[in-house]
Design a protein around this ligand. Structure first.
Ligand code: ADP
Ligand code: MG
Length: 324
């Protein structure tokens, strides 16, 4: 099979066929129509085998996740996803012989792309160590993009879903244990909060997706917005599995600093916080208020006694016996 046949077979018709794709896979460039009054939102991510996913990871999950991380970035901007391009570097052993890996990858990518109306419009295929780069393209009405820099004192801080599940799954796999299927799915097939992101246009003052851990990612909002935040540890939304680890170890590292959850963390003005549960119900997506924004700098996490947790440079340390 030639390179051309490979692309034709596995990548020429992935995702949804869209009217705004004038030319897709097969020419020198894709030609795409951006509606007037909309800005183009673009984000790119690379997943390297052995770094961002385990080499033995099921290819369908790699295909799914390579698109999911980009869709999560679009969601965090309030953008609607439309198109994607894919740069795939494949080692010879995945190209010669049967194409099981490529076929599985293509299936996982296709499933998620179809679920969100995204069309794969082009890419590049090369030989080398296994690595996957996906660029996503979406649209957001002019002036409506939700930036990191809009948080203001008086805002409340919210997060979708639960935190720490992907980190727990990874810790279990690394320790040689088999995570429960639902936990493994949180790591390998995270659900990008695409609908939620768009629904928060006009309500959220700032937003980010939680890919590197809550403390690090909320930290980006605080830095960009030049504000300070306090989080209530007992308000953090935890799955029973993560709750159990936190209770037994007294260690908040999983929900605070483990990555890969791809939930959305956003700020809303306090006077509009009643709209949050309405949205949660409409989208059937759990949304939890976890803290508030104030003037100043830094991030404080308090337990139910008001004691502050010591967070060193995004890392996790221990409780300090003080409440100031
Ligand atoms: P060029 O030499 O012009 O860069 P290529 O041979 O790299 O063209 O690609 C041929 C066509 O196939 C292009 O339209 C390109 O966008 C598309 N393509 C190549 N690899 C992929 C891929 N992995 N997924 C989707 N489209 C791809
Ligand atoms: Mg090329």
């Amino acid at each position: 099979m030639t390179e051309f046949d490979l692309i034709q077979t596995y990548f020429s018709d992935l995702g949804t066929r869209r009217d705004d794709v004038v030319v897709g896979v097969g020419d020198d460039c894709a030609l795409l129509r951006v509606p007037s009054g909309q800005g183009l939102a673009v984000s790119i991510d690379t997943l390297v085998s052995g770094v961002h996913f385990l080499p033995e990871c099921d290819p369908e999950s790699v295909g799914y996740k390579s698109l999911a991380v980009g869709l999560s970035d679009l969601a965090a901007m309030g953008a609607k996803p439309l198109w994607a391009t894919l740069a795939l570097t494949l080692p010879p052993e995945l190209v010669s012989g049967n194409h099981g890996w490529i076929e599985g990858f293509s299936r996982g990518f296709n499933n998620l792309a179809r679920a969100h109306g995204v069309s794969l419009v082009g890419g590049d295929t090369t030989r080398g160590p296994l690595s996957v780069t996906v660029q996503v393209h979406g649209i957001v009405p002019d002036g409506k993009g939700i930036l990191r820099r809009g948080a203001a004192p008086g805002d409340l801080i919210c997060v979708s879903g639960t935190l720490g599940d992907a980190g727990l799954a990874l810790a279990q796999i690394t320790a040689g244990h088999e995570p429960a299927p639902r936990l493994r799915a949180r790591l390998e097939q995270p659900m990008p909060r695409v609908e939620l992101g768009q629904a928060l246009k006009g309500l959220a003052t700032a937003m980010i997706d939680v890919s590197d851990g809550l403390v690090a990612d909320l930290g980006h909002i605080l830095q960009a917005s030049q504000v300070r935040a306090e989080l209530a540890l007992d308000a953090l939304p935890l799955s029973p599995a993560v709750e159990d680890v936190v209770q037994r170890s007294g260690d908040w590292g999983l929900p605070l600093t483990s990555g890969d959850d791809y939930e959305l963390c956003f700020c809303v003005p306090a006077k509009r916080v009643s709209e949050v549960p309405v949205l949660a119900e409409r989208l059937e997506c759990p949304l939890t208020v976890i803290g508030f924004v104030s003037a100043g700098t830094g991030l404080i996490c308090r337990d139910d006694q008001g004691a502050a947790l010591n967070l060193e440079r995004g890392g996790f340390d221990h409780f300090i016996a003080q409440s100031g």
